[in-house]
Design a protein around this ligand. Structure first.
Ligand code: SF4
Length: 329
């Protein structure tokens, strides 16, 4: 089941690693890790605006939660756990590194009401992990998953287009992740942030369009395996945008992927050249048309004259009906 989140950002402080793409100060938009008192106030404000507390989790994101000093980590968990019990919230979600999971850590997390753990797997290629100085291996991911799986909802986060990877290694990572059968995945295309090690070595070899196409294939793979995709692309942020010097950032990356999936689905319906009316659920009209009518234009270049129309009887889950109008001369 999908929950909404009260997101609390905990920047780099807890992490002793230095992944070449990471500058947590910029990603989280906060310089200093918040105190438990500050987090408590943040949660209180967020709860006062909630419509569905029972469907809301408190989520700690931004750094490597279980790498935080014990006392600090448990002080954060204590205020979150108190709020969960007091306001009947759905639970607590944390994200961390695969090599920062032990049975003892899991016991602590469980005792403070943590319900979901997300691991930053990023890649399942040891060579890509090494080049990006992740400081863990693919096997660490597998081992951590084995420990977490039976006790918590678990999610895996992966990055595409990492330094040293390509479409093939990215797809192999997606398949390896699907094999671990997580409850959720997040897919983050690599972005190059000013001041990072990655900026010094980066050479852009794949276009944004190609990356959208690679991620669209992954989305289809995860959906086929019934794995819930909770995020595609980084959250749009002006702070972040100002510091991006390369990679695959688009403020609506997830929408571009969705448009690409519609393009593929429509293409599958086109049996012969000519004009077609494509019917979709009203909420999917813009996805079927694509940003700046990109899907229509691409299909027109291949000899298809496409009109997209709404049909309320179709489901919002990308159901499509195609009607062939006539054969073009
Ligand atoms: S493990 Fe996470 S927080 Fe630490 S350097 Fe790498 S990306 Fe940044």
């Amino acid at each position: 089941m999908s929950h909404s989140n009260i997101s609390i950002f905990i920047p780099h402080a807890g992490c002793e690693h230095n992944c070449i793409f990471c500058n947590q100060h910029i990603i989280s938009g906060a310089e200093k890790p918040p105190t438990a008192v500050e987090v408590k106030a943040e949660i209180k404000t967020a709860i006062s605006k909630l419509k569905n507390p029972e469907n809301t989790e408190i989520a700690f994101f931004g750094g490597s939660f279980t790498c935080l000093p014990d006392e600090y980590m448990t002080s954060l968990l204590a205020v979150a756990w108190e709020a969960v019990r007091l306001h009947n919230l759905a639970g607590i979600r944390i994200s961390t590194r695969p090599d920062a999971i032990t049975p003892d850590i899991l016991d602590t997390l469980e005792s403070f009401g943590v319900t979901a753990i997300e691991l930053g797997a990023q890649s399942m290629s040891d060579e890509v992990l090494r080049l990006n100085r992740r400081g863990h291996t693919a096997l660490d991911v597998v081992k951590a998953v084995a420990l977490i799986k039976e006790r918590f909802e678990f999610g895996l986060q992966m990055m595409t287009g990492m330094y040293g990877s390509n479409a093939d290694t990215d797809m192999k990572t997606a398949k390896a992740i699907a094999k671990l059968a997580p409850d959720t995945v997040r897919i983050y295309p690599t972005v190059v942030i000013k001041g990072t090690e990655l900026e010094k070595v980066w050479e852009q070899t794949t276009s944004l369009d190609e990356m959208v196409s690679i991620v669209a294939a992954m989305v289809s793979l995860f959906e086929t395996e019934n794995i819930r995709i909770i995020r595609v692309g980084l959250h749009a942020s002006e702070t972040l945008e100002a510091d991006i010097t390369g990679g695959y950032y688009h403020p609506a990356f997830g929408e571009l992927v969705e448009n690409e999936i519609f393009f593929r689905l429509i293409t599958e319906k086109l049996t012969k050249k000519g004009a077609y009316i494509i019917y979709v659920h009203p909420k999917n009209i813009s996805k079927a048309i694509g940003q700046k009518s990109k899907n229509i234009t691409k299909l027109s270049l291949s000899g298809y004259d496409i009109t997209v129309r709404p049909d309320e009887t179709l489901t919002g889950r990308r159901e499509i009906r195609a009607k062939h109008e006539h054969i073009k001369e």
